[in-house]
Design a protein around this ligand. Structure first.
Ligand code: KE4
Length: 425
């Protein structure tokens, strides 16, 4: 463990719970202490001791262009000189909204917020306001941010620390959240029938990425669409990770579907704090000041975040961007599969576009129950061996690896070589 990070970690723990501002960063799932990062450039992170890493966290998704992209940095520098936040409307918000709406035909009207948590929380409120129903259905292993009603059988940190049901959430709130099994439409139909006329919405990660990457089985999403329609519930796609990640138009473009409401975040802020929710106009017209459902935010749509988002989405709208990302990500997947086979290791690898997870000792990876059996200790051991070789993976078995447009063939070769070494011992 390098010295400076260790010193910084000890000091941080005096002020911040676990020394971090978000639990998964604390390395609790993999052991050891987190590296304190001094800067990022392209696909690389540099820690407080000057060690360089090939980064597959990318700030948990936003940095699809890589760290400190020159065009994004230049645009931010220019914007900052004009002021950082006005608390009043600006043209920038409409500019970014147009880019989002162009990519997501199901979004007729939307609102910017400052995190994916706010986006999902607000989308649920919009759904409840529109349907006048209270219950929601979510899926085990899926994570939609930390608002009270959604911290039930949550993925990401909830799965990592085995606290899918957080303390501090009143049973009255949690009781309104029904939990179905991901990739199991019978479990959804059962809940809808047992709660006839009471379910406002089904919220789902169309590509689950908070239990590690668990792709939707063929037909799963289409059946959710028809079940929601049959029961008068709204279908909410939480595309905070998949939006602008697996395609410009996210999972809805990839699978040719339309959600009633969509939650976005991460990439649309280009590394600055942004979330958004939006969908059918008649639903969004329930949101204040137009309608009776209140939702607000001091820094919502602030000019710096909008600027970073605009620059990022403009760069992602260029031709062949996703083709290039697919090529790099496929090269990584093939390399990992070969390394695991040569090392006779029992792994399951899932990948959709530039989202990938390597599960240890998991026969299949098509549900929470299946991936929950993954061997966390083996992952922790692999994680630290990769870290030692200069490869920075998400510090949890239940997270996605993120490949960026900045990763080149040499980075992938180095990563595969490090994985072969790590898997062999
Ligand atoms: P934020 O509030 O963290 O911006 O977004 C919440 C959220 C909503 N929906 C999905 C599908 C998400 O993946 C997230 C946040 N993702 C986690 C990583 N799996 C953020 C990392 C963290 O918690 O530090």
């Amino acid at each position: 463990m390098p010295r400076r990070s260790e010193k910084l970690f000890a000091e941080a723990q005096r002020y911040l719970p676990g020394g971090v501002d978000s639990p998964v960063r604390a390395f609790r799932a993999v052991g050891g202490s987190p590296r304190f990062i001094a800067r990022g450039k392209g696909p690389y992170l540099f820690d407080a001791d000057g060690k360089k890493y090939i980064d597959y966290v990318g700030s948990w998704g936003p940095l699809i262009l890589g760290h400190a992209h020159p065009k994004v940095v230049a645009a931010l520098q220019k914007a900052a000189k004009l002021g950082t936040s006005y608390g009043a409307p600006t043209e920038l918000e409409t500019t970014l909204a147009k880019l989002v709406v162009k990519a997501f035909p199901s979004i007729e009207m939307m609102r910017f917020v400052s995190s994916g948590t706010e986006a999902c929380m607000s989308a649920i409120r919009a759904a409840r306001a529109f349907t006048s129903r209270d219950k929601i259905i979510k899926f085990d292993g899926c994570y939609h941010g930390h608002s009270d009603g959604l911290l039930v059988k949550a993925g990401s940190g909830g799965a990592t620390f085995g606290v899918p049901d957080s303390a501090g959430v009143p049973a009255a709130y949690a009781g309104l959240t029904l939990v179905a099994k991901y990739n199991d439409t019978d479990s959804v139909e059962g809940l809808l029938k047992a709660n006839k006329g009471e379910v406002a919405a089904i919220i789902v990660e169309p590509i689950a990425a908070n239990m590690g990457v668990v792709p939707p089985k063929p037909g799963f999403l289409k059946v959710l669409r028809s079940l929601a329609d049959a029961h008068g519930a709204l279908l909410i796609f939480d595309e905070v990770i998949s939006g602008f990640r697996v395609a410009l138009g996210g999972a809805q473009e990839l699978y040719g579907m339309k959600a009633d409401l969509t939650c976005l975040g991460k990439i649309i802020g280009g590394g600055m704090p942004v979330g958004a929710y939006g969908g059918r106009r008649e639903i969004m017209e329930r949101i204040a000041p137009l309608g009776p459902a209140y939702q607000a935010g001091t820094l919502s749509g602030n000019p710096l975040a909008m600027t970073a988002g605009i620059e990022t989405l403009k760069l992602l709208s260029k031709p062949n961007v996703y083709k290039r990302l697919e090529k790099t990500s496929a090269k990584l997947e093939v390399g990992l599969r070969t390394a695991a086979r040569d090392a006779h290791r029992d792994v399951a690898i899932t990948r959709i576009g530039s989202l990938l997870t390597l599960f240890f000792a998991a026969s299949s990876a098509d549900s929470w129950d299946a991936v929950a059996k993954a061997d966390r200790k083996q992952f922790g051991d692999f994680f630290h061996k990769m870290l030692k070789s200069g490869v920075y993976l998400p510090p949890s078995q239940f997270e996605a690896w993120f490949v960026s447009l900045a990763h080149n063939d040499a980075d992938i070769d180095k990563t595969v070589k490090a994985s072969a070494k790590a898997l062999a011992t």
